[in-house]
Design a protein around this ligand. Structure first.
Ligand SMILES: Nc1ncnc2c1ncn2[C@@H]1O[C@H](COP(=O)(O)OP(=O)(O)OP(=O)(O)O)[C@@H](O)[C@H]1O
Ligand SMILES: [Mg+2]
Length: 210
């Protein structure tokens, strides 16, 4: 049984709390605090599918199984850390101030493009993509690597996209487009973001045709 206390809390969503693993600084433990564990179950099933496909775990944290904690059952994942050991901040953080987006403009823009192509290349389906569910790992070079930390998997009743590459790619592109539109709405006054997404969009058109 692993003991988690608030001092180790590194993140919190609507459903889960994320704690730094007491025995390993590179891992985190997620516990469901609100609602039921259905989402987590689906996530685990999807992770199993990705394990079977032997994908490269470049931009989603690896899942390391479950543990018992004083707060109930927990799931263990890689904790995304910046080069200096600090827990990486979310994309939402980098978009929440125009100055910050401007400061990191080209790195964020490249990293978003790389994430999109990573998801396409490995046929990784996500449910709704949100800036609070993407963390931006800052590297010593100044570049970012983005990780999708939540909402991975397919909630379709008949998840045919898990078996058809063609349909999976179409779905990933559609999800990505919705993600961009939602960001433009949510950060309406962030001009740097607007510029970034309209520029990236011309790349996406090129890739859509492939
Ligand atoms: N592997 C990770 N590495 C670093 N930070 C993480 C990681 N996983 C989650 N976090 C942080 O913890 C927060 C909450 O985690 P998560 O999104 O899994 O919880 P949730 O309750 O399922 O979220 P939601 O409200 O979107 O349903 C994230 O927004 C992020 O800031
Ligand atoms: Mg979340």
């Amino acid at each position: 049984m692993i003991n988690l206390d608030k001092s180790r809390l590194v993140g919190k969503g609507l459903h889960r709390e994320v704690y730094r693993h007491p025995e390993n600084n590179n891992l985190c433990i997620k516990v469901v605090v609100h609602g039921n564990a259905d989402e987590s179950r689906r996530e685990k099933e999807y992770y199993r599918l990705l394990e079977k496909r032997r994908i490269v775990w470049g931009m989603i944290p690896r899942y390391h199984g479950d543990v018992e904690t004083n707060l109930g059952p927990g799931s263990v994942f890689d904790l995304v850390l910046d080069y200096n050991g600090a827990v990486s901040k979310t994309l939402g953080y980098y978009l929440s101030s125009n100055e910050r987006t401007r400061e990191y403009y080209s790195c964020l823009s490249n990293a978003l493009d790389l994430l999109k192509h990573y998801l396409l290349q490995h046929r990784i389906i996500t449910m709704t993509l949100k800036p609070k569910n993407i963390v931006c790992q800052r590297m010593a070079s100044g570049k970012f690597r983005l990780f999708v930390v939540d909402n991975i998997g397919n909630s379709d009743f008949i998840p045919i996209c898990n078996y058809s590459s063609y349909l999976a790619k179409k779905k990933i592109l559609r999800k990505w487009q919705h993600f961009e539109h939602r960001m433009l709405d949510a950060y309406e006054l962030n001009h740097a973001l607007h510029k970034m997404l309209t520029t990236t969009h011309s790349h996406s058109k090129h890739h859509d045709g492939n």
